[in-house]
Design a protein around this ligand. Structure first.
Ligand SMILES: Cc1ncc(COP(=O)(O)O)c(C=O)c1O
Length: 293
């Protein structure tokens, strides 16, 4: 995205960026739409800052329904903002396609609701990239994007950023100044160094025990991909099974590093068939116990 320096505020990580935006642009008592489930630390920040989270259900099976519900809630609840993660949503890993991003942007804009967009995980796709940044399909005045060095480079590097229109950034900078005079210089220099180096050697570099350098992100992606293919072969066997046990647990193979969403039903016990079912889960439970569980 073409961006000028006036459109960027450096923060102490993405979570700080989210908190500054909520404190400055939502305020105490202000309503804020959130995907449900969402990033738990953002919920804590909302609570601590006295804003009111309004959950909007999200399921990985039906992202269009979430977009529709978000737009409807934006009209009905009069929130000041919506905190959304179109890129590998935390915790579900959901990636919104371009059409759904456009619909979400329009739905929020028409209700005059600011989008606070978490992009922290956007670069971590395993075999797919996000189609277009949310800010690329939204009106500039109606979106604040939050990003971070912590996922692509190093969690301990407390450098993140906010991107918005210049006058919004001025307000956010004034808000951030209440609790922090400026970002730490050393960390920012390290971040500049890493960003420059990334242009020469794509992705950050971690030394191996042999002393050579390996692209860390490439290596961890390879590990995740291996995990995906193992899971497809059933070694992890989540979601595998017969009609008796399948509803009890299901999961989506991860689409990005850091996201693996697994649904586990813990309430009512399921009665397994004791005859004629060869599924490994049923066979295990019938052989270990005469009684069905
Ligand atoms: C969606 C999301 N936003 C923000 C953060 C926190 O980022 P940072 O470490 O830069 O504060 C995380 C970390 O897991 C995250 O998943």
């Amino acid at each position: 995205m073409p961006t000028t320096p006036e459109q960027v505020l450096v923060t102490a990580g993405a979570l700080h960026g989210v908190a500054v935006t909520i404190e400055t642009l939502v305020g105490r008592g202000g309503r804020l739409l959130v995907e449900h489930p969402t990033y738990p630390n953002a919920l804590d920040a909302i609570r601590v800052l006295g804003a009111r989270a309004v959950p909007v259900a999200l399921t990985v099976e039906d992202p269009a329904a979430m977009v529709l519900s978000m737009s409807r809630a934006a009209r009905q609840v009069s929130p000041r903002a919506a905190y959304v993660m179109p890129d590998f949503q935390n915790p579900t890993g959901l990636l919104l396609d371009e059409e759904l991003r456009r619909r979400l942007a329009v739905g929020l804009e028409q209700a005059g609701v600011l989008a606070i967009v978490g992009e922290t995980l956007a670069d971590l796709g395993l075999d797919t990239e996000p189609p277009v940044p949310f800010a690329g399909v939204a009106r500039p005045a109606s979106v604040v994007t939050v990003g971070s060095m912590s996922k692509n480079f190093w969690v301990g590097l407390r450098v993140g950023w906010l991107r918005a229109e210049a006058d919004v950034v001025r307000r956010l900078a004034a808000g951030a100044g209440h609790t922090q005079m400026s970002g730490p210089v050393l960390e920012q220099l390290a971040a500049c160094h890493l960003l420059d180096a990334e242009e020469e050697v794509p992705l950050s570099v971690a030394p191996t025990s042999a002393g050579s350098a390996t692209p860390w992100s490439a290596r961890s992606r390879a590990t995740c991909r291996a995990g995906r293919s193992r899971s497809r072969q059933g070694v992890w066997s989540c979601g595998a099974g017969c009609r008796h046990c399948r509803p009890r647990r299901s999961w989506q193979p991860p689409r990005a590093e850091g996201c693996c969403w697994r649904r586990v039903r813990v309430s009512a016990p399921v009665t397994h068939s004791t005859t004629g079912c060869a599924c490994p889960t049923c066979s295990r439970s019938t052989s270990s116990s005469a009684a069905s569980t």
